[in-house]
Design a protein around this ligand. Structure first.
Ligand SMILES: [Zn+2]
Ligand SMILES: [Zn+2]
Length: 204
């Protein structure tokens, strides 16, 4: 009878030891997820909705291309068209919670508003450059970021921001996914690299 509490104690200690890494992980999340202004990531299915795969699923998700709805959401981005000049980026409302709430607030909360560099843009009713296929931008389902430093065909990401400082792949890591990114697919590894390009569909 005298031994039992000891065993229980040992068991409790081992459970505690097992929990230590878990507790550290759990506590690490709020520091990433909570900002000074009370902003928290929304990683629910609304915050990070299902990402379609292929043309049919893309059209099922976003509807017809080049419509009013294709650009019915917008977010004010720093250095959108000129360094340190904010401008609106337009895209499909399916992505509003992820792009406007998660991603934009993420950059702001991290104090990295100088990481964006012109230009930044979303909706654009056009063909893929050099192709007869419609660009994902026509559905408002792709957002180009820092394109003046990351042109089509460049096989690396230039992470220098509007302040001239290197931010590495900070911005791509925020856009792409899964967690801690936000599930946009990055075009950098295509046979024709498109480092500026982040789209919310795969296999198209
Ligand atoms: Zn997040
Ligand atoms: Zn693009």
């Amino acid at each position: 009878m005298g031994r039992k509490p000891f065993r229980v104690l040992l068991h409790a200690a081992s459970v505690l030891l097992c929990l230590v890494p878990l507790v550290l992980v759990v506590e690490a999340v709020p520091s990433h997820a909570t900002a000074d202004g009370g902003w928290v990531h929304d990683h629910s299915s609304d915050g990070i909705p299902r990402r379609p795969s292929g043309y049919s699923e893309m059209v099922n998700t976003f509807g017809p291309r080049c419509t009013d709805r294709s650009n019915d959401a917008r977010t004010l981005w720093p250095s959108q068209s000129e360094p340190f000049t904010a401008g609106y980026v337009y895209f499909h409302p399916y992505l509003h919670r992820d792009a406007s709430w998660n991603i934009r607030n993420h950059v702001d909360a991290a104090g990295k508003n100088a990481a964006p560099y012109p230009g930044i843009g979303g909706y654009n009713c056009r063909l893929i450059s050099g192709s007869t296929s419609w660009s994902v931008h026509s559905w408002g389902a792709a957002i180009d970021t820092n394109w003046q430093r990351n042109p089509l065909g460049q096989a690396f990401w230039n992470g220098h921001g509007a302040d001239g400082k290197p931010y590495g792949t900070y911005l791509p890591d925020v856009w792409r996914g899964p967690f801690p990114g936000h599930n946009f697919f990055w075009g950098i590894n295509w046979s024709r690299p498109d480092p500026m390009h982040f789209q919310y569909v795969t296999n198209y």
